[in-house]
Design a protein around this ligand. Sequence first.
Ligand SMILES: [Zn+2]
Length: 220
Amino acid sequence: MAHMHGREELVGRITAEESRTERQAGLRFWFLTTKSREVAERVSELYQGEVLRGASGGDLHARKLHVEGIAVIVASVANVRYRLALENERGLIHACDGSRSLPPMPNEGKPCGCPDDPFTRNAAARAGAGPRPDSRLVFCLAAAPGLGELSFQSSAWPFYESLESVSHELERTGGPVQMELALREQRLATRSGLDVSRTYPEVHSVRRLSVTKAGLHLAA
Ligand SMILES: [Zn+2]
């Protein structure tokens, strides 16, 4: 539990976005993929799962989850990745917290050169010239901790911003903490008068748990 788990140790992955050409688009549902039929079925029961036939296949089970919120338990700060990152075909070329470089960059701790102004920063990210959020949480479901650990990954700015207080709380308390992943809808009026909405994930309602890490695994 002391390190960020590799993908192979996780029983499933959840996202709230999909890749479109050159960008990530927010989904109006949670998207679960797992190699475990048991996990797919249990999570579906808990969170109104719908089978996604097109995305399922082989030993991969894919489900849409139609709930607004999912209560999760995060064991320690090592299970949170809170950073901005930029990759190219050679791999990771920038990782920072918005002002200073983070590991595994060789200039760790030094100013990273990102603009302070959020508007400029977001525009650079959209153009592929600057880093964008690369957030990841590894957690157990509060409703079924015995299932094992899943991950949630997001490149959404609102999620990144909501994760800031979570990572501070975890650093302060050491964990485990319970929190809720929630899908939010935001309505926007465009300059041409069109009413559009977008959905994004956030994390909130962080509270410390008194159970021990060992207790988490016993409580199925
Ligand atoms: Zn930077």
